[in-house]
Ligand binder design. Structure first.
Ligand code: ZN
Length: 155
């Protein structure tokens, strides 16, 4: 299980290697995404709290990157943080997420990105519930929920 120490280590010394990479030009992303999704994922934007569609949804499934469809988080590790943004205690896989130190807005935070396509997702904080103690605070607009029912239909 990842700890805050691991997160800091990744942000300082480099991130785990992703299973694959997806790279597109800004124009290509703009074509694929809604203006709000583009602003958040490609321009490091933040949606208004409590505005996201996935905020109060707890259906079983996987949360995939809106840009490249890579699974990022699982519904079993989603929790209600009360912040107004979907919150998780750990990534679905250690190498799914990329961490970078973010010193914007006059504070030092750890930015969370998709390790496959570098989409901005949100930030991670060391005040989450046990056992990981991590709180991944993620923009709803940066993800799509693939419910388990949809998975079964595809198979
Ligand atoms: Zn991605």
């Amino acid at each position: 299980m990842l700890t805050w120490k691991n997160v800091i280590n990744f942000s300082v010394n480099g991130n785990p290697t992703p299973d694959r990479r997806v790279e597109k030009t800004e124009a290509e992303w703009r074509e694929l995404l809604t203006p709000e999704q583009f602003r958040i994922t490609r321009k490091k934007g933040t949606e208004r709290p409590h505005s996201g569609a996935l905020c109060s949804i707890y259906d079983a499934g996987k949360y995939n990157c809106i840009c490249c469809d890579t699974p990022l988080f699982d519904s079993t590790i989603k929790f209600n943080s009360g912040t107004g943004w979907p919150s998780f205690t750990e990534p679905i896989k250690e190498n799914a997420i990329k961490y970078e130190k973010d010193s914007s807005l006059g504070m030092v935070r750890v930015e969370v990105m998709c390790n496959t396509c570098d989409a901005h997702l949100g930030h991670v904080f060391p005040d989450g519930p046990e056992p990981s103690g991590l709180r991944y605070c993620i923009n709803s607009e940066s993800m799509t929920l693939q419910t388990e029912k949809e998975n079964t239909d595809e198979n």
